[in-house]
Design a protein around this ligand. Structure first.
Ligand code: AKG
Length: 290
């Protein structure tokens, strides 16, 4: 698996070729598509989620907390308080039907899927794989008690959706790292790092990058002076990232079919989304009719 790679400017790993299983293309997004994506973003109203809820309270030793950043999901919405999609056991009542991709994202996803099918061996692409789920992460600073607090990072984690993940970046570049282990006793060791630039596409897959290593966003630059659409009072957005993943459709659940407690937990979010989204206001209406 070799590909021409430009713009891999992570200092220590400034190489022409990326390791097998990784793909990066700077300037993936054309100027027209970028404008279309930005126009679409102007229509979205992301929300702040809490990690836990009444029916999924914090485990012992943990506290309720707000996520570090606002998010929006397409395809299906993995509410944090439903614990995210986590096969093999955590697959039920975690991925709630959400809005479809707009045409520009559907086109981008088609291209990303084509690239992934070229660069990964069939054993690294699960049966039925398609990038049908998108998490949109908003990175920036938040006004808290009169002070601007920067939360533009993501801690070490894995994406548990099966198969390759594709990631489209807009705005300021982000330092993205794969790290080998996390724990209180041993600090994370950086195995590979990469700046994710405005308009770039990254794809990572295979057991090495998906299952063995963690990944994180260490920091987001401020060099471009980017200001992106977020529609949020007291939150300034300088980077937006779309990660496209695969959740088998058999595991998507309709909001109205969630068990009562879980439905109660996510209803405030659905209600907030319904203020600006006909899809979510339709869900509330249908569910009230039942
Ligand atoms: O913002 C990024 O580049 C990565 C986001 C990420 O790690 C995730 O959504 O799981």
């Amino acid at each position: 698996m070799h590909q021409k790679v430009r713009g891999n400017t992570g200092k220590k790993f400034d190489e022409k070729k990326l390791p097998q299983g990784l793909f990066y293309r700077k300037d993936f997004l054309s100027a027209e598509d970028k404008q279309e994506v930005l126009n679409y973003l102007k229509t979205l109203h992301p929300i702040w989620e809490q990690r836990y809820s009444k029916h999924n309270p914090p485990p012992q030793g943990k506290e309720q907390r707000m996520l570090l950043r606002p998010v929006y999901w397409l395809g299906n919405w993995q509410f944090a308080c439903l614990n995210y999609y986590h096969p093999p056991k955590g697959t039920q009542n975690r991925s709630v039907y959400a809005e479809k991709y707009p045409p520009v994202l559907a086109r981008i996803v088609e291209k990303a899927e084509r690239i992934a099918r070229q660069i990964y061996s069939p054993k690294d692409i699960p049966q039925g794989w398609e990038l049908n789920t998108c998490l949109i992460n908003y990175y920036g600073k938040k006004l808290e008690n009169g002070r601007w607090v920067d939360g533009a990072r993501v801690g070490e984690h894995k994406d548990f959706e099966p198969g390759p993940v594709a990631s489209l970046s807009l705005g300021e570049r982000a330092m993205f790292q794969f790290v080998s282990s996390v724990g209180k006793s041993s600090p994370a060791r950086v195995v590979f790092q990469q700046w994710l630039e405005d308009g770039s596409l990254q794809i990572f897959g295979s057991p090495r990058w998906k299952d063995e290593l963690f990944h994180r966003v260490q920091r987001v630059d401020r060099k471009l002076g980017a200001e992106l659409p977020g529609n949020m009072e007291g939150f300034n957005v300088r980077r937006i990232n779309f990660t496209f993943r695969y959740v088998p459709r058999k595991d998507w659940v309709k909001y109205e079919n969630l068990p009562e407690g879980l439905k109660e937990d996510v209803t405030p979010y659905v209600t907030e989304l319904a203020r600006y989204s006909s899809f979510f206001s339709g869900l509330l209406k249908d569910s009230n009719k039942k």
